[in-house]
Ligand binder design. Structure first.
Ligand SMILES: CCCCCCC/C=C/C(=O)SCCNC(=O)CCNC(=O)[C@H](O)C(C)(C)COP(=O)(O)OP(=O)(O)OC[C@H]1O[C@@H](n2cnc3c(N)ncnc32)[C@H](O)[C@@H]1OP(=O)(O)O
Length: 719
């Protein structure tokens, strides 16, 4: 039953308990319960103090986000919290587990706060496209000062109880029973003046240079936010707290919240929150998130210690796994021996650990992996080489060892064939740098066993990754969609755009880096190797700009042939201050190269609008997403969107490519694809996916309904 209960302890302490598992969110029923409890407390002369707590050791996870989708009903939060604060009996919040968002705002309306040492506190509303609009933006700076409130509210970060104590958010922290302590505390403060404890009546102490502090914060959120509205509104609300009386500040908080609440960004960010949870309930290939048998991995091996391999070693060790790190090339092994401990120390430091939990040993030979429970191969993208390694591993490792490949797009099934037990082979596709990036694609081959898949998924979670289970096809989900996106970017260069123009359009949309700057960072040779493997770099009898009967741009191949591999060579689509340079400058050489190329191929350059750049790049990518859903390579649109947000820099406040298509309107995306396909009939990636057509024909259902639509569609097509 979701509610807030009222009871009286030892005749004088009223206890209000929030009950709405799993996080005691402030749903309508809970708010009604609290409002009723406050009335009962006021009326009961025996009660001299009040304690508020949450059931099952969790104070409160905030407003009930699911209710945001419908019309608001029931008692609103703001007057409810004011009623608590206005009570003439001391009110103490007993914070166990978590006090987040509206949960912390509720606690700020109490006169005192006692926290358990393991509790997490924060105002993460900004991450949902909102601001702390239950008075949090006005009370917090009055309690801890403007600069600290700016930090907490604009980042939404969770803080520990000890940091909350240092900041002055909580009055006491205990390792013991926080509820018991809160009850004793409530008794002890009966009769003390409550005026100074009511945060709404306090002045907001601001630094003398308040304007410059606020302007600086604004500049910072602009830079970090890449077009996100909520952080800017948070600064606006804090400006009001610092410069206006409380009542006017509350009015400003309400106005800003109203604007955010109905924005597409809030919808996108709330969708992103729930998508991550949907994806966490994976059930591919007979494996299931809640009841699959998994192997506990204590010792693993990583084969290949290039950039990816080194990152994977560090990520495993930070997760407490002992690692055998294998590299056959002496120079690379020596580099890893030096770099990995440094990376590990930094990673441990970031997590507040003195020593990294996992032990690492280095080796130059595969024979040293015989005792491990799981192997991750991370050599470069060469099928023959990988197959040789898998076949060798199958003989060296003990029976039952799970064999994983970090391939970014090669056929997992072909690798599995090289072993005696293909059921034990899965893909674990990490993203660079592997010890930092949150995304992991777990690739389920047609023969991967549920146990092998579940083991990789669970290990990914232990490594702090957002693990998404995907099917086996060239490029899996992320890189398969990237191909048409990059292809369009190259075609746009042929037609008259510059790398800067394309990048600026994409960065204006919210990507941290445009496609060409990103390509320079990761190295142009990465894609070149894949294209070589696919036989695309050989011209044969076809015209230069055609391959396998389709339009093809040899521009990136020609860049690689000329040694322009990106940042590592100091030259790519941009120029840098030497090899390894980071600052991209536009390069007249590239301009000249493009002009010569166009002239040679009789291409007349034209002015290309930002709108066309975005539509062609983004809709080509999204169209492939529809094909992926149709093929069953991703379980649902949420999986694709999580992959793009966590692995490819898609701006979170735009939800992900599939959500974005729904926001733009599926009919419009279809119409645009048809338009561009008409102008570019030799580009198959612009041919609208038949799933997109069927969704449009079905009236463009919301993205949350696509899974159901696709499964019905699949059943229908099998009849
Ligand atoms: C005009 C209106 C004015 C209103 C004023 C509004 C001012 C206040 C706004 C807010 O409070 S917004 C909400 C702020 N809170 C949060 O952002 C917290 C969100 N939750 C989390 O970060 C995590 O869930 C957690 C609390 C840290 C717990 O993490 P854990 O890993 O333990 O569990 P999860 O799998 O994430 O969650 C379990 C389950 O609970 C659901 N859930 C979590 N929080 C909420 C919530 N606030 N509302 C509704 N539901 C919530 C989550 O979706 C999971 O559900 P299932 O997937 O299991 O169905």
């Amino acid at each position: 039953m979701k509610m807030a209960t009222y009871s009286v302890l030892s005749g004088s302490v009223a206890l209000i308990t929030l009950q709405n598992p799993p996080v005691n969110a402030l749903s309508e029923a809970v708010r009604t319960g609290i409002t009723d409890a406050v009335q009962r407390t006021l009326k009961d002369p025996q009660v001299t103090s009040v304690v508020i707590c949450g059931q099952n050791g969790r104070f409160c996870g905030g407003a009930d986000i699911r209710e945001f989708a419908g019309p608001m009903s029931g008692p609103p939060l703001v007057p409810m919290i004011h009623a608590l604060e206005a009570m003439e009996k001391p009110v103490v919040a007993a914070i166990e587990g978590l006090a987040l968002g509206g949960g912390l705002e509720l606690a700020l309306g109490c006169h005192y706060r006692i926290a358990h040492s393991q509790a997490l506190l924060g105002l993460p509303e900004v991450t949902l496209g909102l601001l702390p609009a239950a008075g949090g933006s006005q009370r917090l700076p009055r309690l801890i000062g403007l600069p600290a409130a700016l930090d907490l509210i604009t980042t939404g970060r969770h803080i520990s109880a000890s940091e909350a104590l240092k900041l002055g958010i909580v009055d006491q922290v205990t390792d013991d029973n926080a509820l018991k302590m809160a009850v004793e505390f409530a008794r002890s403060v009966v009769g003390q003046p409550l005026g100074p404890r009511r945060l709404s009546t306090r002045p907001c102490h601001s630094p003398p240079d308040v304007d410059s502090v606020l302007d600086q914060a604004l500049a910072q959120v602009w830079q970090r936010g890449r077009g996100a509205l909520a952080p800017v509104a948070c600064v606006g609300a804090l400006r009001a707290a610092a410069t206006l009386p409380y009542a006017q500040g509350m009015e400003k908080e309400r106005e800003l919240m109203a604007t955010l609440f109905n924005s597409g960004q809030a919808r996108a960010l709330q969708y992103a929150f729930f998508s991550q949870r949907v994806v966490g309930k994976w059930q591919p290939s007979g494996a299931r998130w809640d009841n699959s048998t998994t192997r506990t991995i204590r010792k693993a091996a990583v084969i290949g210690l290039g950039t990816m391999g080194r990152g994977i070693v560090v990520a495993l060790a930070l997760a407490g796994v002992s690692v055998v790190a294998v590299e056959s090339q002496e120079k690379q092994l020596a580099a890893a021996r030096q770099m990995v401990p440094e990376m590990l120390q930094r990673g441990a430091g970031r997590r507040g650990l003195d020593t990294p939990p996992g032990v690492i040993s280095f080796s130059s030979g595969l024979e040293d992996v015989s005792e491990v429970e799981l192997v991750i191969e991370a050599v470069f993208e060469d099928m023959a080489l990988k197959r040789r390694i898998f076949s060798r591993l199958a003989t060296v490792c003990r029976p039952g060892t799970v064999l994983c490949s970090n391939t970014s797009g090669l056929d997992i099934d072909q690798l599995a064939e090289a072993t005696q037990n293909p059921a034990l082979v899965v893909g674990m596709h990490f993203f660079a740098p592997a010890h930092v990036m949150k995304l992991l694609e777990v690739v389920c081959g047609p023969r991967s066993s549920p146990e092998a898949v579940a083991t990789a998924m669970v290990l990914g979670k232990r490594m702090g990754k957002v693990s998404v289970a995907v099917g086996n096809c060239p490029g899996f989900v992320g890189n398969r969609m990237l191909k048409p996106y990059m292809e369009q970017a190259n075609f746009l260069l042929e037609e008259g755009a510059t790398p800067q123009q394309v990048d600026e359009a994409l960065e204006g949309f919210g990507f941290p880096m445009g496609v060409f700057r990103m390509s320079d960072l990761s190295g142009l040779d990465v894609g070149w190797r894949v294209r070589k493997e696919a036989g695309l770099t050989e011209q044969g009898v076809e015209p230069t700009r055609m391959r396998q009967g389709q339009r093809y741009s040899p521009l990136p191949d020609q860049m690689c042939e000329g040694g322009r591999l990106g940042q590592k060579t100091g030259r790519g689509w941009y120029r840098y201050d030497g090899p390894g340079g980071r600052v991209a400058r536009s390069d007249p050489w590239v301009q000249n190269f493009l002009e010569t190329y166009r002239a040679r191929h009789g291409l007349v350059p034209r002015r290309i609008a930002t709108e066309e750049i975005l539509e062609r790049c983004l809709y080509a990518l999204t169209n492939e997403g529809f094909n992926i859903l149709q093929d069953g390579v991703a379980a649902g649109p949420e999986d694709i969107d999580v992959i793009y947000v966590f692995g490819y820099g898609w701006p979170r406040h735009r939800g992900g490519p599939m959500f974005h298509a729904g926001q733009v309107g599926l009919a419009r995306v279809l119409e645009k694809l048809e338009h561009y396909q008409h102008s570019h009939p030799d580009v198959p990636h612009l041919k609208p996916s038949s799933l997109l057509r069927r969704l449009v024909a079905a009236g463009s259902p919301p993205v949350q309904k696509w899974r159901e639509f696709i499964s019905k569609d699949r059943v229908h097509s099998q009849l």
